[in-house]
Design a protein around this ligand. Sequence first.
Ligand code: XMP
Length: 512
Amino acid sequence: MEQIVILDFGSQYTQVIARRIRECNVYSTIVRFDTPASEIAAMNPKGLILSGGPSSVYAPDAPLPDKAIFKLGIPVLGICFGVQILAQFLGGKVERGDKREYGKGTLTVSAASCALFQGLPAQLQVWNSHGDKLTRLPKDFVVVGTTENSSYAAIEHPKRRYFGIQFHPEVVHTPQGREIISNFVHGVCGCGKNWTMRNYVEQATEEIRRQVGSDRVILGLSGGVDSSVAAALIHRAIGDQLTCIFVNNGLLRAREAEVVQEVFGRNFALRLQYEDATKLFLQKLKGVTDPEKKRKIIGKAFVDVFQAATKRAGKAKFLAQGTLYPDVIESVPIAGNPAAMIKSHHNVGGLPKNMKFELLEPLRALFKDEVRQLGVELGLPKEIVQRQPFPGPGLAVRCLGEITGNKLEILRKADAIVVEEMKAADLYYKTWQTFAVLLPVRSVGVQGDERTYDFTLAIRAVESQDGMTADWVKVPYGLLEKISTRITNEVRGINRVVLDITSKPPGTIEWE
Ligand code: XMP
């Protein structure tokens, strides 16, 4: 398949570059900065992008590429640090700028004929983030754009079709960055628009059939986006050779188990093995209040139940998992690259290494937004495709203190009202997560003529890009009022509703 290869020099935006290219319907792959040119050649890319990065090319431990990449004979686009690499290897000069160029700037396109800026106005808003700057052009390069602070903001080697831009076209603060990237991948590299989820379904189906042959596959279906899309895709490829195991741990939200059974059991008619472990989990969690202990107990119980379930499912060679591309990309361990530090800190659903399966991971090449598109393509309902993240330990981390069947039931009812009202106001799918938390706090209230002494419920609504940082959503007062009134009227056991107005950091999204 036609693709663009991105050399990652440790920029926090490398994955964003890859996604922007894919949004142009062109496949893109990220590789480490020092990947041998022979390996890159074997991938047969139509073009190469050198990402930004936090280093300086002159630093002793600067990440440098294999110089043979400049013999591949394909177009190259260097972004930010990528320009320094072009300069370093092709005879230019980079120096520490007297001023850091950070934030918004205006690019003046000085060569209207430059392929990178075709169809764009002569002045563009761009977003910069660099300290070092180019002070001498690499050999045979010409200037094609300037900014207030840089006379070499965009450069081109017309013959070799090499380009260097000091600003970041991939971020939203460069509003026409998409066109620049599109011009590079389509106009310069000559890529078609073949990367679509419709094409991917065909290609992935073939690939799954080839890999699996006549063997059987087991998949742990949680009802989340990734495992659901993986299940639908694999089922399309191999039908009844797939068995999905769904564990109901009793910590799910209202109607969650029913939706999974309706969608997959009835609509898709796939082999669904439903494991009701609600009593077991409740029993193991009895008397436990420590958040970490709760998580450990749930993680272990899940593995036990799942392992026993796989035995009942009969012999299978493969275990399918909804691994995504961001989990696969090897992060570049460069100091100052937040992407190198940000790695998921949880995943309780992890299965023991000793399970004797080969892995089947049909979503390994995809970003989350692509997985959602694929889900739509496969006919999954919005409820599943647009589903908000839900933690592995489920309602256990939203039911503070000891967990009991009664408290879970109260929480489920209240949570369902929060979700229903947010959906009715068309706000639910616009937030990253919106949910209810049952606090181990009782307070005095008065309902009718009666004095009550009941639980307090917190509403948590956050917006976020990736769950690593988050801000609380300013839900309209009228809607909060409606939610609060409904909860105190309809849910026995709650007489007080509060709103969580903490961002992350310092708070976390979940309460435990
Ligand atoms: P926190 O609470 O750490 O959560 O701000 C960040 C994101 O991760 C989700 N989360 C989990 N996801 N297993 C998961 O798969 C877990 O144990 C877990 N704990 C938290 C949380 O919902 C939020 O989206």
